[in-house]
Design a protein around this ligand. Structure first.
Ligand SMILES: [Zn+2]
Length: 304
């Protein structure tokens, strides 16, 4: 009777050992990203080398989205937290700071891509967080993030990650080239942008467009325009003969429509994916798709 017992004990010990072995093998590493645009960029870099979780839902507002207690906890145990920063994710930044104080490595991408300052409105002089509208800066971000991921995320194959990152950086550079060609086709006097808030400063600088105003003359969607803000915007629209206002698809277009009605002039309201990806079957499921969609929508709006 002893032999079967011994066998059972040996089997149990073997199971324990195997279990132990499984625990000491490289664990699945976890990168947590705040915005869905950066989430897509990080996922393109790492492929299946690490798990990537994105906090911001599709079609959301990066300025105002909040996270659950469980997501805040996940941030504390991540191998790496990637966030846009420069004040963009106002509802999440205190969680990032808490994780950082617990020793979690964090990367503020916006601070590392040579940020521009706002020139107009109530945010003048502050850094502009909307850097992704310039693909050139996204290429810089891809290189920087690749180094951070290889440094902080255990168990990733550095060569495989670098190869993926280079291939993706080339796609973004190609996108930049195509966008430059497309925007160059817009006549100079029509290269004027009026947007929801100041979201396209980098795009304008990259492709030689002029931002003549914003419905919310601020760097964030959380501000609201005064009557005199709206009056000066109407003047700017008339002076520059602006044919279209570009609203974000995630924001109600109502303000833009009210303005168009009050101005008493014909201004189309065109929806863009300016600061969030769409869901997977939408027009802006990836960063590259988002930029292509916005470019064609801007060209269409300005030619009307
Ligand atoms: Zn914004």
């Amino acid at each position: 009777m002893r032999a079967p017992k011994l066998l059972a004990a040996l089997v149990a010990a073997a199971v324990l050992l195997m279990g132990g072995a499984a625990c000491t093998s490289p664990k699945r590493t976890h990168i947590l990203v705040t915005t869905n645009i950066l989430g897509n960029v990080v996922a393109e870099i790492v492929g299946d080398q690490a798990e990537v979780s994105v906090l911001m839902k599709p079609n959301a507002d990066p300025h105002s989205f909040a996270i659950s207690a469980r997501e805040a906890h996940a941030m504390q145990t991540a191998d790496l937290v990637v966030y846009n920063g420069l004040g963009l994710e106002e509802g999440v930044l205190h969680h990032v700071e808490a994780a950082e104080s617990e020793g979690v490595p964090t990367v503020e991408v916006g601070a590392r891509i040579d940020p521009m300052e706002y020139r107009d409105g109530d945010a003048a002089g502050l850094p502009d967080p909307h850097f992704w509208t310039d693909p050139g800066r996204v290429v810089t971000a891809v290189r920087m993030l690749t180094d951070e991921i290889i440094t902080h995320v255990d168990g990733v194959d550095a060569d495989a990650v670098r190869q993926r990152a280079e291939a993706y950086a080339k796609e973004v550079r190609d996108l930049d080239g195509r966008l430059a060609e497309r925007f160059a086709g817009i006549p100079a006097q029509r290269r004027v942008l009026v947007t929801n808030h100041h979201v396209f400063g980098y795009l304008a600088a990259r492709y030689d467009l002029t931002v003549v105003g914003a419905i919310i003359p601020s760097g964030t969607t959380l501000a609201s325009p005064s009557a005199s803000d709206l009056a000066s915007l109407v003047t700017a629209i008339e002076t520059h003969r602006v044919p279209a206002i570009f609203a974000d698809t995630a924001q109600p277009a109502r303000l833009a429509e009210v303005l168009a009605a009050e101005a008493g002039i014909t201004v189309r309201v065109v929806g863009l994916y300016s600061e969030s990806l769409s869901d997977a079957d939408g027009d802006a499921a990836s960063y590259l798709d988002m930029m292509r969609f916005n470019t064609e929508a801007i060209i269409g709006g300005l030619s009307g």
